[in-house]
Design a protein around this ligand. Sequence first.
Ligand SMILES: NC(=O)c1ccc[n+]([C@@H]2O[C@H](COP(=O)([O-])OP(=O)(O)OC[C@H]3O[C@@H](n4cnc5c(N)ncnc54)[C@H](OP(=O)(O)O)[C@@H]3O)[C@@H](O)[C@H]2O)c1
Length: 249
Amino acid sequence: MTLAGKVAVVTGASRGLGRAIAAALAGAGADVALAARSKADLEETARQVQAAGRRALVVRTDVASYAEVETLMGRTIHELGRLDIVVNNSGVAKVAPLVEMTADDWRFMVDVNLTGVFNGCRAAAPHLMAQRSGKIVNVASVLGQVGLPGYTVYAATKGGVIALTRALGVEWARHGIQVNAIAPGWFATPMTETAFADPRINERLTRDIPMRRIGRPEEIGPLAVFLASAASDFMTGQTIFLDGGHSAG
Ligand SMILES: NC(=O)c1ccc[n+]([C@@H]2O[C@H](COP(=O)([O-])OP(=O)(O)OC[C@H]3O[C@@H](n4cnc5c(N)ncnc54)[C@H](OP(=O)(O)O)[C@@H]3O)[C@@H](O)[C@H]2O)c1
């Protein structure tokens, strides 16, 4: 499962799961381009990549902008020398009943969670196709498969990521590019800390998880490394649920 000599792009690398994935890929030997909007936080992730002995490139990027994602891929190839792995991890969640969501709320979540994944795949496509190899790892969610009140718009974007992953895995099989996704269950990150700090919400959400605990960010790293490495070369179009049994319950 070594990634020695490989170059990865990780979006949403400024904190949470993206930071943990970037650190794990670097630990397995990859140089990593780190994308998100908060430069200072990306620089902290860059220090973690460098502590693993790998090169880091910070590229301030809004994944909802195709032009910015194209620049991200171009700078990665130019400054780190190649591009092998794209982890489309950036995501946002606004939680409210559908009846209270506005059209702008819908667009905000679709633009980042779904268009952001399209942009990452599309902008990397010419390069990965030309070299006839590549690994796309999309980050979906258990809520792309399991309903939860307040998360309908978010769920729709994540269901879209699961469908995009399946279809693109089939479409790009002939190009030697594997496209898979991780569907995390509940993990302790800045996205979820307010909810889990409330004992009532914590109890309600933990009840859905057979293991009765939430995930630690470092628990996503090994799966990301597997999906980014040659160890998963025969797997494509799949979404792996990493959720303490949530989706199986
Ligand atoms: N934590 C969970 O329980 C959980 C469960 C299932 C799925 N997920 C998914 O896992 C992924 C990571 O979530 P997390 O928990 O680590 O969340 P987080 O702590 O809120 O981090 C989200 C990341 O996405 C980036 N991001 C947001 N909007 C962006 C934009 N327009 N352009 C570029 N980057 C953007 C953020 O960076 P900036 O703000 O600096 O741009 C940040 O790095 C998301 O796709 C999320 O939906 C999380």
